[in-house]
Each structure stands twice: as structure tokens, then as C-alpha cells.
Design a protein around this ligand. Structure first.
Ligand code: NAD
Length: 424
């Protein structure tokens, strides 16, 4: 029998509208007046560049790139650059505003930014990607810098991309400036602990949430969607900390073991076969059903818009830890609230990454590098304090964690704007 999928609400998956809906709710509850609301909402700067690039076969192609600086009220803009064929200005805007709120939630001295280049990395050579990266960097050069805007990797960009941006910027300003980007290779000013930071942050906030439910890791079943940087690291660290990772979901299938998966063995199997499926110590299961398994923690760490009005009422988790950016649509928020799911919102749950990026920027500017223990200890302190700040704010104002996180962030950013005043 064919089961009909319920239709999504109009524009439900537009990230800018999701960001706006949550912003409006938080601003209403805070009583933010109209003028300040406009300032908080409007991106401070939106840069669009059309960059000509010579392809390997001698043709010239023009690629469009964006850099949006949503806010610089609390410090330089901070946020990744993504390369993808379907990048839109709306998406980059939404992601830039999320970065503003995320940095404010964890109280690090950055604003929010995001960038993107419309291109298909799957059909481009390394040399073409390098030329796109360098020309894009040259076009936005006047707007980035350690004190202005500090990019980082995002979808389809990586340590190598950051090394090219750092080098291009340094060639123009005529001295090596490692602090212009984060997420760099370790021997070019990168930070220890950065690859694990987002997954580690997810684990720390989940450990905090367990206390509210009187749960121990050993009786906590975890389902993770996405086995990449965030999901893979979270799985590895959480299984090491005693959590029972019962299911991993990837784009090509899911694997399930009610007694808990052996994560290092599953990683080895994936590396050898190219897929998590067919793992001897687990059963394969339908990836579309796996998210609805009964569990204590569901950790979506793959992509946006996976929990919508069409499926939110089927979730059977106590805690939803949003490792990905925007995995839940704003329409699904109220369904989860009615089901009393304890949501650790993305702007808190996955903020471990930007927190260690902040540490990287600090270390680059100091020219003095920390050991991994120091990085992890400082990350833990920030994540624990931020979890407490958000949940205390939620308890005080009787709102859910997502709205509490937005209110806390808006309040911190508006406070900075008031102190600075409106320059004329
Ligand atoms: P990644 O590419 O390393 O991993 C994503 C994984 O999800 C891949 O293994 C991919 O195959 C899988 N996947 C994609 N679509 C899927 C689907 N529909 N179902 C199941 N699996 C699917 O990316 P990442 O860096 O781990 O980022 C994941 C999410 O976390 C993104 O939303 C990203 O914006 C967010 N995030 C990442 C960081 C970071 O430090 N990497 C920080 C904050 C937020």
C-alpha cells in the first residue's frame, strides 16, 4: 500500500523564513521595539561578486559568489564559505544570521557571516577550485580580515580551501596573516581539537540534558543521522563515553544494533567498503524509518529540513540534539513542543565548532598554541555554561530552549548595539 506523505506548509523549508519566524517570536517576547528590530534583522552588508575563472580546457566561466555579514556588533563577522550548485542569497543570509545568534549564545566576541559560491565541485578539478577560491578571495578582500570578517570551511570547502584563502589574503597585505580564516591545517595556524569540536560540543550538551531526565549514558540509546564530521565524531566520542549508539543513518542506508554499535569498527567498515550498510555486527534498516526509532537521543547531523510538519509527530526521542544547522523547520517546532521533546537547538548544540574556531583565531593572534587538553577543557566550560544560560533563560521566561536561545542571543546583540549607539 502506498502511504501518502503529508504536504509541507508553503515555504516551510525556506531557511530565511524559518530564521525570521524564530527571530520574530523571540523579539516579540523580549518586547524589542521596531527600530532595533530592523537593525537586528537586516544583514549589515551583502556582497555579490561575479568572478571570471579560466577552466582547464581554456574556456572562461563566470561564477557568482556571495559574502553576507549579518552583524558585526559584537566583533568581526564569523562564518563558513560553501561551494554548491544551488547556493542562494536567501540561504547565505539565513546562515549568516544563525551565526550571529550562535556566537552570541556561546558568548564569544564575534558577529555572524556566511559565504557561498555557486559552482559544482564534483565537476571541477583541484586547480579550477583553487582559481575560484583565490579570485573569490581577491574580490572580497577589502571586507575580510582578522578584525573584519573571518571565514571558515562549510559544505564542500575544507582545510585546503582555507589555506588558499589565507595565502591569497597574505599575498595582498604582504605579510602572513593566519587569523584571516579558521579551520586551517594544523601546521598553518590551525587549532588542535578543531576536527572533533562540533561533535564534542554535541556530546557535552547532551550530557547536560541527561541530568534533567535522570539518565546515565549507559541507559541512553542514541540514533545519529549523518556519519560525517559532526555525526561521526559525535558517535565516536559518545560511544567512548558510554552512550549506546543504536543506529547510524546515512544517505544510502541505516544500520541498527539495539545493544549498541561498535563505532570504530563501523568506521573501518565504511572506509573499506564505501558504505555503512552490510556491517556484520548490525542489521541494515530502511533509512527513511530509522529516524523514528524509539530512543532517548536523536542527533540529526546531516543536513537541514529533515524534521518537518510532515514527520515531526512520528519522532520517538526524549532529547533532540541538533548537530546539523536547521534540521528542524519552524513549523515542526510547535509539534515537538506539544510532544514535550527536549530540543537542544542548533545554535547551541553545534556551537562547539565555532567556539574552537574562536580559540584558533585567538591562538593565531597570540602566536602561541595550546595543547589539546586545554582546548577541550575550555570548550567544555563554554558549552556547559551556555547550556545553563539557555535552559535558565527558558525556565525563567517559560519558553522552549530554541526560543530561549534566540532570546538570549538577541538580548546580547541588542545590548551591544545600544552601548555602541547608532553612528550617524
Ligand atoms: P559532512 O559532509 O562531513 O557530513 C554529513 C554526512 O551526512 C555525510 O556523511 C553525508 O553522506 C550524510 N548525509 C547527507 N544527507 C543525508 C541524508 N539525507 N540522510 C542521512 N545522511 C545524510 O558534513 P558535516 O561537517 O558533518 O556537517 C553536517 C551538518 O552539521 C551540516 O548541517 C553543517 O552545516 C552542520 N555543522 C557542521 C559543523 C562542522 O564543524 N563541521 C559545525 C556546525 C554545524
Amino acid at each position: 500500500m502506498l502511504v501518502e506523505t503529508p504536504a509541507l506548509h508553503e515555504n516551510e523549508t525556506n531557511p530565511w523564513l524559518s530564521a525570521e519566524a524564530r527571530f520574530n517570536r523571540a523579539a516579540d517576547l523580549l518586547g524589542v521595539e521596531d527600530g532595533m528590530r530592523k537593525v537586528l534583522k537586516s544583514p549589515a552588508r551583502e556582497i555579490c561578486v561575479n568572478i571570471p575563472v579560466l577552466l582547464d580546457d581554456g574556456r572562461i566561466e563566470v561564477f557568482t559568489g556571495y559574502r553576507v555579514q549579518h552583524s558585526i556588533a559584537r566583533g568581526p563577522a564569523k562564518g563558513g564559505i560553501r561551494f554548491a550548485p544551488d547556493v542562494t542569497l536567501d540561504e547565505v543570509r539565513a546562515l549568516a544570521s544563525w551565526m550571529t545568534w550562535k556566537c552570541a549564545v556561546v558568548n564569544i566576541p564575534f558577529g555572524g557571516g556566511k559565504g557561498g559560491v555557486i559552482c559544482n565541485p564534483a565537476v571541477l578539478s583541484q586547480a579550477e577550485l583553487e582559481r575560484i577560491t583565490r579570485r573569490y578571495t581577491a574580490e572580497i578582500l577589502d571586507y575580510i580580515g582578522p578584525e573584519r570578517d573571518v571565514p571558515a570551511p562549510d559544505m564542500n570547502t575544507n582545510e585546503q580551501t582555507m589555506a588558499w584563502i589565507m595565502d591569497t589574503y597574505s599575498m595582498h597585505v604582504r605579510h602572513t596573516t593566519t587569523a584571516v580564516v579558521t579551520g586551517k591545517p594544523l601546521n598553518l595556524g590551525g587549532s588542535r581539537g578543531r576536527p572533533e569540536a562540533t561533535g564534542r560540543g554535541c556530546m557535552i550538551v547532551t550530557q547536560q540534558a541527561l541530568r534533567r531526565f535522570g539518565l546515565e549514558p549507559s541507559n541512553t540509546r542514541v540514533v545519529i543521522q549523518g556519519f560525517g564530521n559532526v555525526g561521526g565524531m559525535a558517535a565516536k566520542l559518545m560511544s567512548r563515553a558510554g552512550f549506546k549508539i543504536v543506529c547510524i543513518i546515512e544517505y544510502d542506508g541505516a544500520v541498527y544494533n539495539p545493544r549498541g554499535l561498535d563505532i570504530p569498527a563501523l568506521m573501518k567498515h565504511r572506509d573499506e567498503t564505501g558504505s555503512i550498510t552490510g556491517f556484520a555486527e548490525a542489521e541494515d534498516m530502511d533509512r527513511n524509518e530509522a529516524m523514528f526509532l524509539e530512543c532517548e537521543v536523536l542527533l540529526p547531523a546531516a543536513r537541514e529540513n529533515v524534521i518537518t510538519s510532515a514527520n515531526a509527530d512520528r519522532l520517538r526521542c526524549k532529547i533532540l540534539c541538533e548537530g546539523a544547522n536547521g534540521p528542524t523547520t519552524h513549523v515542526a517546532d510547535s509539534i515537538l513542543q506539544d510532544k514535550k521533546v527536549f530540543v537542544i537547538p542548533d545554535i547551541l548544540a553545534n556551537a562547539g565548532g565555532v567556539t574552537v574556531s574562536y580559540f584558533e583565531w585567538v591562538q593565531d593572534r597570540q602566536g602561541f598554541f595550546w595543547n589539546e587538553q586545554l582546548v577541550n577543557g575550555r570548550l567544555e566550560e563554554i558549552m556547559v555554561n551556555s547550556f545553563r544560560d539557555v535552559t535558565a533563560y527558558g525556565d525563567k521566561h517559560e519558553v522552549n530552549n530554541r526560543i530561549a536561545a534566540y532570546m538570549l542571543a538577541l538580548d546580547r546583540v541588542q545590548f551591544a548595539i545600544r552601548l555602541r549607539g547608532i553612528y550617524a
